[in-house]
Design a protein around this ligand. Structure first.
Ligand code: PBG
Length: 323
């Protein structure tokens, strides 16, 4: 005789919904947006169907459209002209540059939006790396100074959350100190705590033309084989004053998301990256899987693993399709 029949809790849609443990909602999501120089430009990223690089006039319209759908949080990334890049990423704190100007505009028109910025040198670096390069080496402490200037400039332009994505050592503490010195005690820091040296960032680097000009990012981003190291990174970011801890990418690293959520009481975020988006879109376009179902399942799985916040290129589509 079978006494336990778990299938009873799956027998109707009503019961399945009643016992459902995890539900992704719009307010969990942060929508990454790509910014590009020019006017009236929306150019689709080839490897990311449905995702566009917007000039600053059109990015305002995109923010408005998303907010009307219930997506209020955005992560802003710039595509910087090659001619403005240099070894020290000086364009990253240029108040009249593309990024900071657009940020000020977005916050002026949509003060109730939540804008997260990217604190890293790579979009502005002529070397395409996240740090200052000297004799082929990525310098740590010298890079921190640039990151500090960048974070303060972003705070001045209205950033709600700064997101150091470079994996240099000590950056959370340094940025917190620099922000506080300038009275930006209310600006939050989302630490890219466990960011792996991943092949899944390919389409993002296409979108920003930000691929490294030589070598790879393995001396700063983590080895995909490592789990315990993620706990060390998260512990340091926690102690240095991070407000959120992030794991990136998301789907191949659900165990890491779970580990951080079991061990830390800060909100955990996961970055469902460009390659994860591209895989689903490519397969769906080929008719190889149902793209909508794969989207809902992926986001639900990421939240189930322990991520309260999900950065995802699906954010707008999710909001449209889950109404
Ligand atoms: C750069 C940065 C990257 C992403 C976010 N910030 C790429 C990289 O580290 O090379 C990737 C995001 C994505 O793939 O969606 N600091």
């Amino acid at each position: 005789m079978i006494t336990h029949r778990p299938r009873r809790n799956r027998k109707s849609a009503a019961i399945r919904a009643m016992v459902q443990e995890t539900q992704v909602i719009n307010s969990d999501l942060i929508f990454p947006l790509f910014l590009i120089e020019g006017k009236n430009i929306n150019s689709e990223v080839k490897s990311m169907p449905g995702i566009f690089r917007f000039s600053s006039d059109l990015i305002l319209k995109e923010v408005e459209a998303c907010m009307n759908l219930g997506i209020n949080s955005f992560a802003l990334f710039p595509n910087i002209s090659e001619s403005l890049k240099d070894k020290y990423a000086t364009e990253s704190y240029n108040h009249d540059g593309l990024y900071l100007k657009a940020l000020r505009e977005i916050k002026r028109y949509f003060p109730e939006s939540c804008i997260m910025t990217d604190v890293a040198m790579d979009p502005y670096s002529s070397d395409g790396h996240d740090g200052i390069v000297k004799n082929g080496e990525i310098l740590n402490d010298e890079t921190l100074e640039v990151l500090g200037r960048m974070a303060v400039a972003q705070a001045q332009a209205g950033a709600d959350i700064v997101g150091p994505s470079d994996m240099m050592d000590g950056r959370i503490g340094y940025i917190r100190q620099e922000l506080d010195k300038e009275q930006f005690t209310n600006v939050s820091i989302m630490a890219y705590s466990a960011k792996y040296a991943s092949a899944f960032y390919g389409p993002f680097r296409d979108a920003l033309d930000s691929a490294p000009k030589f070598g790879d990012k393995k001396t700063y981003q983590m080895n995909p084989a490592n789990h315990r190291e993620a706990l060390i990174e998260a512990q340091l970011d926690f102690e240095e004053g991070a407000d959120f801890l992030m794991v990136k990418p998301a789907l191949p690293y659900l165990d890491v998301i779970k580990a951080l959520s079991d061990n830390f009481d800060l909100p955990i975020a996961a970055y469902n990256v460009s390659g994860e988006y591209a895989m689903i879109k490519a397969a769906a376009q080929n008719g190889w899987l149902d793209g909508d179902k794969a989207m809902f399942e992926s986001l639900t799985a990421i939240k189930r693993a322990g991520a309260k916040i999900i950065l995802t290129y699906f954010a707008k589509e999710f909001a449209q399709k889950s109404r």
